[in-house]
Design a protein. Structure first.
Length: 288
C-alpha cells in the first residue's frame, strides 16, 4: 500500500448552486502524472492495493498534501500521539459520486452543473467567462434526448438510491469490525451535493475522515474534480482544516472489485450457447 499526494495547483470549480469561484485552468493544462505525487513519497505502481493520499485537513499550505499517519481501510485503530484521547475520535466516511437527476425536471439543471465544470469542458483563460453560457446552451440542447433516456428507466437516475445503499452496507461492515463510523454521501452535480455532506460532517463534529470516491480509476474529471471541491471547502473552514483526512484515490486493482467484475462477465457468458467463442469488448468513458 502506498501514499501518494496531489498538487495544490488545482483551484476550486464553479459552485453547483450557481456562483463562480476563482480558478486557473492554465495551471493544470497538460500536467504530467508525476506532478501529482509527493516528492517525499516516490510514486510506485499499485500492486493490487489502494492508492491512498494522506493529509491533514486539506489545507494545502504547501505544494503537496501534508503526509500524516491517518486511518485507512482496515487500519482505523492507530495511535496518534497528537491526540490526548483517541477513544473520543469520531470517524467519518465520505462517499463521493457523480449524482444524477431524480426527476425529469432535474435533467436540464443537472446537465448544466455537469458542463459548467471546467474539468469537463476546458476553456483557455481568455474564454473562461463563457463557461456558464456554454454549459447553458449544451444542457438545453441535450436535455430533451436525455429526458427520453431517463423516462425509459423510470423517470430519474437510480444512482442516489444505489449510493445510499452502498453507504448503509459500508456502515454495517464497519460495525461488524467494531468500528463506529458515520457514513456520508456527497454528489458532485446533484443533490445531496458535497457541500451538504461536509456541513453535516462538521455538524456531527467528525474528527477523522476517510474519503472514498466511488470511481475505481483516478481521473481529473471525476475523482480529481470531486476532491478539489473538498479542497476548497476544507481550506476555507478553520474546523475542517484541522481534521485528518485519508483519501482513497483509486481501487481498480482491489481483488474484490476485480472478482466482482469477473463474476458479472462470467454470468453473462453463460447465456451464450458457446461461451468460448464470445469476444469480450471493454469500453470506458475516455477523457482527452
Amino acid at each position: 500500500m502506498e501514499a501518494t499526494a496531489l498538487s495544490s495547483g488545482l483551484r476550486p470549480l464553479p459552485n453547483p448552486n450557481g456562483y463562480r469561484l476563482p480558478r486557473s485552468c492554465s495551471q493544470r493544462k497538460s500536467l504530467p502524472l508525476a506532478r501529482f505525487h509527493s516528492k517525499e513519497t516516490p510514486f510506485k505502481k499499485p500492486q493490487g492495493s489502494l492508492a491512498i493520499t494522506h493529509h491533514r485537513g486539506l489545507s494545502f499550505k504547501t505544494n503537496v498534501f501534508e503526509q500524516a499517519h491517518l486511518p485507512v481501510a482496515g487500519d482505523l485503530s492507530y495511535d496518534d500521539t497528537s491526540r490526548s484521547n483517541v477513544a473520543e475520535d469520531k470517524i467519518g466516511v465520505l462517499l463521493l459520486n457523480l449524482g444524477g437527476p431524480e426527476t425529469l425536471n432535474d435533467v436540464q439543471p443537472f446537465l448544466y452543473n455537469l458542463f459548467a465544470d471546467p474539468d469537463i469542458i476546458r476553456l483557455p483563460r481568455p474564454f473562461q467567462f463563457l463557461q456558464g453560457a456554454i454549459a447553458k446552451f449544451i444542457s438545453v440542447v441535450r436535455a430533451p434526448k436525455s429526458k427520453e433516456g431517463y423516462a425509459a428507466i423510470g423517470g430519474g437516475s437510480p444512482l442516489r438510491k444505489i449510493t445510499d445503499e452502498q453507504a448503509d452496507a459500508i456502515r454495517m461492515a464497519l460495525q461488524a469490525k467494531n468500528v463506529a463510523a458515520d457514513v456520508y454521501v456527497g454528489m458532485r452535480y446533484w443533490f445531496p451535493f458535497t457541500e451538504e455532506a461536509v456541513q453535516q460532517i462538521k455538524k456531527d463534529k467528525i474528527t477523522r475522515l476517510v474519503v472514498l470516491p466511488l470511481y475505481p480509476q483516478y481521473s481529473i474529471s471525476t475523482t480529481g474534480s470531486s476532491v478539489r471541491v473538498l479542497q476548497d471547502l476544507f481550506r476555507k473552514d478553520p474546523y475542517l482544516a484541522r481534521v485528518p483526512v485519508a483519501i482513497i484515490q483509486s481501487w481498480y486493482q482491489r481483488r474484490g472489485y476485480v472478482n466482482s467484475m469477473a463474476d458479472l462477465i462470467e454470468k453473462e457468458l453463460q447465456t451464450f450457447s458457446d461461451p468460448k467463442e464470445v469476444m469480450v469488448f471493454f469500453s470506458a468513458h475516455g477523457v482527452p
